[in-house]
Design a protein around this ligand. Structure first.
Ligand code: ASP
Length: 365
């Protein structure tokens, strides 16, 4: 996205729903359109590319049956989510902060490719979140035959407006990803499928809700309402990297990644329960990176399970080198956690503590 505009200046378009737009008692959801397949059409070259809001509006007649007020806000230039970057996350966080008081919940229409990264980033940036922020999208564009967009969008809007039937309090005060009938915590989502409708998996944590004939919330898995007001963070450290290990990786590859000038943090994508080569050159590369102040976060390449540094001889040296164990965090939540925590600009001990701690439900302590 080019230079972000002032979020307060972006126009809100009320969508036709069952609710009277002037009825202040009807739940009000802000639908933020950022791009993605959900809003794409085939361009002159025969490729799928994002289309403008004007073409999206009116394509979802299902909304007319929703007893909610829905206002649509589009980013000025919708993108394929492969182009998303940390500046977009800061802008989205600011946008939600700007409209926080005026809405009951938020739905972000986003491409599926990097949705898990964006949902994790927003989870960190929106501290003490007390309202739902539900990311959704589609594998087939809205308006196309057999699109999954209406089904994903209608339920995402319902979740964003959901309240406990008796207490009347917000049901999901979290950032989540709703896709193919499953609501996943934002810091636990992983895109696992590019052809089928079930595009996301909840890694190492149960889904927060499922949609069937009704909406079934798993209240014990959902975070409690915060006791402090929302705090929108406005800094991310972007000088981070991921070093994905593979048998045969050479010293030149490891040093090229860890030696990036100005690098502040790196996710080490290790084997199994956090294991890595024990060759002296490898250990020495990590030691030198640490000595240059690079934070190393150990994340397993396995989709399930957790990092336990010291369980095997092949991970024993990592902790003493100062590598932080990532427990059962996803790579998506780890990259964005490094950006967030390093962006806070804290001292050594506090940074280490936050990197290892459960901040937004991203690890099971
Ligand atoms: N390339 C698309 C995107 O992430 C894929 C999708 O939305 O499903 O924007």
């Amino acid at each position: 996205m080019p230079t972000p505009p002032n979020p307060a200046a972006l126009p809100l378009v009320p969508l036709p729903t069952l609710a009277d737009p002037t009825d202040a008692t009807a739940p009000h959801v802000l639908l933020v359109y950022t791009g993605g397949t959900v809003g794409m059409a085939v361009n002159a070259a025969g490729e799928l590319a994002p289309m403008e809001l004007s073409r999206l509006d009116g394509q979802m007649p299902e909304l007319a049956r929703l007893p909610l007020r829905v206002s649509l806000l589009s980013l000025p230039e919708p993108i394929d989510s492969s182009n998303v970057d940390p500046a977009d996350w800061l802008f989205l966080a600011q946008l939600i902060g700007t409209h926080y008081a005026g809405f009951d919940g938020f739905v972000v229409l986003h491409g599926t490719d990097t949705m898990a990264y964006s949902a994790a980033a927003l989870s960190y940036l929106l501290e003490h979140l007390g309202k739902p922020v539900v990311f959704t999208g589609a594998q087939v564009p809205v308006g196309a035959r057999r699109s999954d967009a209406p089904r994903n969008l209608v339920t995402a809007l319902e979740i964003a407006a959901a309240r406990h039937p008796r207490a009347g309090t917000v049901r999901v005060p979290e950032v989540g990803v709703f896709f193919n009938d499953v609501l996943i915590r934002g810091t636990r989502a992983k895109k696992v499928e590019s052809q089928q409708f079930a595009a996301f998996k909840s890694e190492n944590y149960p889904p927060l809700a499922r949609a069937g004939i009704g909406l079934y919330f798993s209240d014990k898995s959902i975070r409690r309402l915060p006791t402090a007001p929302l705090r929108v963070h406005q800094r991310l450290e972007t000088s981070v990297a991921v070093l994905h290990l593979f048998p045969g990786i050479t010293a030149a590859v490891v040093e090229a990644v860890l030696g990036v000038p100005g690098l502040r943090g790196c996710v080490l994508a290790t084997y199994g329960s956090g294991n890595a080569p024990t060759a002296a050159w490898f250990t020495e590369s990590l030691r030198q990176a640490r000595a240059r102040g690079v934070w190393l976060l150990n994340v397993s390449q396995c989709v399930e399970g957790r990092v336990v540094q010291g369980k095997y001889e092949t991970s024993a040296a990592l902790a003493s080198l100062g590598v932080v164990g990532g427990d059962d965090i996803t790579t998506e939540a780890a990259v964005t956690k490094l950006m967030f925590v390093l962006g806070l600009g804290l001292g050594e001990a506090h940074t280490r503590q936050l990197l290892g701690e459960n901040l937004r439900g991203e690890i099971t302590p």
